[in-house]
Ligand binder design. Structure first.
Ligand code: ATP
Ligand code: MG
Length: 450
């Protein structure tokens, strides 16, 4: 017999036991982005290879080593997106979104692809939540973006993240710095890795970001950009810090943060976790004032960040953060006999229409087996439907945790009676049954005021 096919290296199935946590995290991200005035953008999973070469930069690890590139049947070079910014910039230009006014604030939740050496927190298919803002040059925009990322971590209950910020200047001041850095590195040129040798000519600052230990040692005492900032960049960076202070967001200035992609200017930042091993950067971002123009658009200041979903979930796991998991089933109806099965199905359907998670037997199981199943899926209530119940037109609603039983009519009042019983139980909040409206706290305030 042929061997079973397994998922490709570096990919992971997200199984039902975990997808609930993913959804909760995603919901918080979407909600927080929307609170901050960001709207979702969805772009293709693949783009023309050129897009990434021109935007991410052809001296980066991402483009040089990690891209999934292939020729399609029309002989075009296509790449799976290694990150989200390039596609967003392309879409902003292609649809002239800046004509709608500045700033344009966009977010995305996407799978990305990089041909990496796989490790914990480093996969070939991984997921990013990212935010990008276009048309905002003021330092308050940098702080606002950092504040958005920060508030997501707060809402997720993640602790011990350090925010490290730096400024990598603008093309004007970077020239002098590059010259100084090059002069410094020239002495140890022979010991640099192959990639860094190319970087030395094209973008020497990126050598500070090299993961090869020997390169790390060489750059230990290298000059840093912070000391070469022009007055505009220095003022901008000081102002970013003032805004962060005003919002009481703690940070440290780390002059060695340069970010892995070529397009950054001025502010760059990372949120780093102490609970992850080598893959400790949970979120990275910064300003990229030159990218839109470089891609053929008008000069447009812009900035963004991306956080890795897998790493975020690993930190949450390491910190034992559990998100409230709503029950999979609120009412399990166990029918006995054909007539009861039809009735159970009709009731289940009615409950579904009211947005209640209900299930009935789909496997022709015995009552005992059905109860075992209801227990396994964690049904909050169960209700047995047999001949006697049908004859009496009423049944018993059993709360599985407490064992408490309540009689319930099988007539027209069924739904109302079920909701009345269910909302009295302790799990009503978890069941999202508060008044059967919306389980979002903010809305309760409005309802109370009415
Ligand atoms: P690293 O230095 O760890 O390779 P990076 O600088 O390549 O990260 P970015 O391109 O800035 O990462 O991507 C933003 C975030 O996406 C990272 O901070 C990380 O959380 C996540 N990320 C990047 N690559 C991977 C990957 N291969 N697997 C899982 N998450 C990833
Ligand atoms: Mg990387």
């Amino acid at each position: 017999m042929a061997a079973n096919i397994q998922a490709p290296k570096g990919t992971r199935d997200i199984l039902p036991k975990d997808s609930g946590a993913w959804q909760l995290v995603e919901d918080i991200m979407r909600d927080e982005a929307s609170v901050h005035g960001f709207e979702e953008i969805r772009t293709p999973v693949f783009e023309r290879t050129e897009l990434f070469e021109r935007s991410v930069g052809d001296t980066t690890d991402v483009v040089q080593k990690e891209m999934y590139t292939f020729l399609d049947k029309g002989n075009r070079s296509i790449s799976l997106r290694p990150e989200g910014t390039a596609g967003v910039v392309r879409a902003v230009l292609e649809h002239a979104l800046m004509n709608d006014g500045a700033p344009q604030k966009l977010y995305y939740l996407i799978p990305c692809y990089r041909y990496e050496n796989t490790q914990e927190g480093r996969q070939r298919e991984f997921h990013q939540f990212g935010c990008e803002a276009f048309g905002a040059a003021a330092p308050v925009a940098d702080a606002a973006l950092i504040a958005l990322a920060h508030s997501i971590f707060e809402r997720l209950g993640i602790r011990n993240l350090s925010l490290e910020i730096n400024s990598i200047g603008c093309p004007k001041c970077r020239g002098e710095y590059h010259a100084a850095l090059k002069a410094f590195l020239e002495a140890s040129k022979g010991e640099l890795c192959g990639t860094c040798l190319t970087r030395l000519e094209k973008n020497p600052m990126r050598i500070l970001d090299c993961k090869t230990p020997s390169c790390g040692e060489i750059t230990q005492n290298a000059p840093v950009m912070k000391d070469y900032l022009c007055s505009e960049c220095a003022e901008h960076f000081t102002a970013v810090q003032e805004y962060l202070d005003a919002a009481e967001i703690a940070y440290t200035v780390n002059p060695r943060i340069v970010r892995g992609l070529d397009y950054y200017t001025r502010t760059v930042f990372e949120f780093i976790s102490n609970d992850l091993g080598a893959q400790s950067t949970v979120c990275g971002g910064g300003r990229y004032d030159g990218l839109v123009k470089q891609m053929g658009g008008a000069q447009t200041p812009a900035l963004g960040f991306a956080m890795g979903m897998e790493r975020l979930l690993l930190v949450m796991q390491a910190q034992n953060i559990t998100l409230p998991r709503p029950p999979v089933c609120e009412l399990y109806i166990a029918p006995l006999g054909r007539q009861a099965q039809v009735k159970a199905f009709a009731f289940t359907n009615l409950l579904h229409q009211a947005g209640i998670k209900a299930e009935c037997d789909l496997c022709d199981r015995s009552l005992k087996a059905q109860m075992k199943y209801a227990d396994k899926i964690g049904a909050v209530f169960t209700m047995v439907l047999g001949d006697e119940e049908l004859k009496q037109n009423c049944a018993e609603l059993k709360h599985m945790q407490t064992g408490e039983k309540t009689s319930i009519s099988l007539g027209e009042g069924f739904l109302t009676e079920f909701v009345a019983v269910a909302t009295q139980t302790e799990d009503n909040a978890a069941m999202g049954l508060d008044g059967l409206t919306v389980d979002f706290e903010g809305f309760e305030i409005f309802e109370k005021e009415d």
